[in-house]
Design a protein around this ligand. Structure first.
Ligand code: DON
Length: 307
């Protein structure tokens, strides 16, 4: 397959869509990003990468980080974690409070905000505090992306903490149901730092290859998760990775994938490759408009959907 040519075609075809959608402005620091950018990278099992656009540009990975933290958490807690966070699609926006009240403070899945905050709470309990938990997530991210200089952006994290009402409300509600172990503000602050990790599509695509190959990175030969754990994360990405647009994403793209409000999306083609796209303008569900379109074009042109 001529991936270079296919990526070039995609880059040309998305041009007329680059001005559609809106950057996330509920986090003021994200609203300052130049909106009409695009990058896409694929990584194959032998480590070969193909990219188009600004594939070295760092952006805020936001909710994509939920996959990284959850990978660490299931490795740490195994199935006991599922007492605190479910595995069902929510059918609701990523920051919705409604379902959480009906369901006694147990978030539907680890990729909506409430679920990811519970995962950070669990990591803090296990690793002994905010600093240690964040370091674990950062070091895991550096290791899987083979890039030791990856950091979180403190300006983005601070900006989010200044507009944290909804995530604090979700956390307080979970605490009222007994599904919270640490200080609410400390957990939310650490969760924001995790969301503020900056990476490029080259980094992200490289990082996700362990999920395309049953938990084992085929480039470094390091085993990060068991086959069963990787299978479960891919299932969650497929069913919950795009919130209330997960069905539509599966319908149009057909790959396990996770989006972030920074405009990034990662996707895996099992046993073949990992993909990262980035374009900051979002659709009504908070997922990258052009990123989704680029992945749809990719599976249409290559036939590489899982269906
Ligand atoms: O907590 C938040 O709202 C953000 N840090 C993450 C949300 C997000 O990326 C949703 N994804 N599309």
């Amino acid at each position: 397959m001529n991936y270079k040519k296919i990526l070039k075609e995609i880059e040309t075809e998305i041009q007329s869509e680059l001005k559609k959608g809106k950057v996330a402005d509920y986090i003021p620091a994200l609203a300052e990003v130049e909106p009409n950018q695009f990058a896409m990278t694929i990584t194959l099992a032998d480590g070969k990468q193909y990219s188009v656009g600004k594939s070295k540009e760092y952006f805020s990975i936001q909710s994509i980080s939920k996959v990284l933290a959850f990978s660490l958490a299931i490795d740490t807690y195994s199935t006991s974690l599922y007492k605190r966070v479910g595995v069902e699609p929510s059918g609701s926006p990523f920051n919705s409070l409604v379902q959480l009240e009906y369901e006694n403070g147990i978030p539907r899945n680890p990729f909506i905000n409430a679920g990811a905050i519970v995962v950070m709470d669990a990591l803090m309990s296990h690793f002994g505090g905010d600093y240690a938990a964040l370091e674990k997530v950062m070091n895991f991210t550096r290791e899987i992306s083979d890039n030791p200089i990856i950091q979180f952006d403190p300006i983005v994290a601070k900006s989010e903490m200044e507009h944290a009402s909804r995530n604090l409300a979700l956390s307080q509600l979970m605490k009222s149901f007994g599904n919270f172990e640490n200080d609410v503000h400390e957990v939310v602050r650490t969760y924001f730092k995790q969301c503020a990790i900056s990476m490029s599509t080259e980094d992200l695509s490289r990082a996700m290859i362990y999920l395309a190959f049953n938990g084992k990175d085929p480039i470094s030969n390091k085993e990060f998760l068991t086959e069963a754990q990787a299978k479960r994360i891919n299932a969650l990405m497929l069913t919950c990775g795009h919130y209330d647009a997960s069905g539509e994403f599966a319908f149009n793209v057909g790959l396990p994938a996770k989006s972030g409000v920074g405009g990034g999306i990662v996707a895996v083609v099992p046993n073949i490759m990992s993909i990262a796209v980035w374009s900051p303008r979002l659709n009504a569900y908070g997922n990258s408009h052009v990123g989704t379109l680029a992945l749809q074009l990719f599976t249409t042109k290559t036939g590489l959907s899982i269906f």
